[in-house]
Write a protein of this length. Structure first.
Lengths: 241, 241
DNA sequence: CGAGGCCTTGACCCAGCTCAAATAAGGTGG
DNA sequence: CCACCTTATTTGAGCTGGGTCAAGGCCTCG
């Protein structure tokens, strides 16, 4: 691909992401010069806690898991990211590393940008700073919500909540959704063992009107699922956060 | 107190906080004009999820708990804040509310600032933006670490980790620390019931060389506590994050 | 057709929860 | 300084959600 085509494609990708949507074309062009748009297969490790932290990543499609690993080898999946999510920090000492790792779990398109490019833009562009602050602040809120979930919800409720995230645009109180990645990963993402996930899903099937065939789930009565799930949460169904 | 004295005191308070430490005097003076320094007793509710979110708070001393409450009435304590911590967002729609509440649990000195003052400063002051981004990013990392803890650590290990945070400046591998607030709150902060906390602390006492008398804890051998606790964590003792 | 990965199921266990009661610790008025 | 009340904290007893270990089942791919 020729250089200017590459740049055009980078501008296209960047402009699709909420975080950059409001930027002026000249800024996008500037970023595009340094952006690297790439495709990553399932299993690709983007970085680990040992990797020097030089690039900021944007997820354009696919799914990327963010995890932490203890000395003893246990893994905690913090989140699984898709379109619009980001990885890494913009500020912070040069050769610093992150305390987590990131691995592609479903084939993804990603964009990487050198951190300093973004930091420079923060200095000169107040609107961009505000957008970033809002983004980071919503990431933190997401984590807060997650801590709440893992503290007060039962396993079946956590699964219910996970399913509801894919019902945001549903009509007529019903939906058919497709689990976007392995049940094992969903289990760990929700802070439980795969075996527990399997049993909790069976339990959820009995309690609410859902049917599960492989990775596809049919929800007959969204409201019933909401009643069962959201009673143990601080916010009600189309909760977004 | 006269107006200019009040302002001087606000400047003093602000300049002590890491987040503002690197700001130019003129910026501090500007903030001080709008800042409200106040004292709050134990039990003061700063805001709940129903309160319109107009002010940004800074904790100068004391302890403030941040919690989320479910429809069913269960409470999850997300964090307990002390000096240097902040509450609220800088950006985000005007009359929006937050999804959590904040209550003073040990008499505190606080500073409040109208959100718009900070947002304005972000627009014009790149250095301030960077400082805020770093702050937010570390808040998010803190939450990530918390999710990890609650996922992979046992109750006694979580208590060990909590104790170690007060041993950062210890010498000679020993320390005597004073628990800064009620055991019930510590328990909930660590995601467990008060009864479990009590038993887990007893267990920790057997496993590592610590002694507990009321709210004061004597740690004979910090290394032993580190060995017991940090094996189930992604980072080792003076972990800071 | 066989090997390996994912998912489910069974059997059993245990950390942490619940409910209830006993004790300690702090604060108040007399 | 004491009796009394209120709020923490500990302890006991029993339960259970979710973890662990092991065995199949099922599906995909070479």
């Amino acid at each position: 691909m020729l250089a200017h085509q590459k740049k055009e494609s980078a501008i296209f990708y960047l402009s699709q992401l909420p975080l950059f949507a409001s930027l002026k074309p000249t800024v996008l062009e500037h970023f595009a010069k340094y952006a690297d748009v790439f495709f990553a297969d399932k299993g690709t490790v983007l970085f680990t806690p040992d990797t020097p932290h030089e690039k900021f990543y944007l997820v354009f499609s696919g799914w990327v898991k963010v995890y932490r690993e203890t000395m003893a080898g246990d893994e905690a999946i913090i989140d699984v990211l898709n379109k619009g999510c980001t990885l890494g920090d913009i500020v912070g000492g040069g050769a610093r590393t992150l305390s987590y790792g990131a691995e592609v779990i479903e084939a993804a398109e990603l964009i990487s940008l050198p951190r300093f490019i973004l930091a420079e833009e923060v200095i000169r562009n107040g609107a961009f700073s505000l957008a970033l602050l809002q983004h980071l602040s919503s990431e933190r809120d997401l984590r807060d919500h997650e801590i709440e979930h893992r503290t007060v919800q039962t396993a079946p409720q956590r699964i219910g909540c996970f399913l509801l995230k894919f019902c945001l645009h549903a009509k007529d109180n019903r939906a058919v959704i497709h689990l976007p990645f392995d049940k094992t990963v969903i289990a760990r993402r929700l802070g439980m063992q795969p075996e527990t996930f399997s049993r909790a899903l069976a339990r959820l099937r009995e309690e609410t009107a859902i049917r599960v065939i492989g990775l596809s789930v049919e929800i007959e009565d969204i409201q019933k699922l909401v009643d069962y799930t959201c009673s143990a949460c601080s916010s009600l169904f189309p909760c977004q956060e």
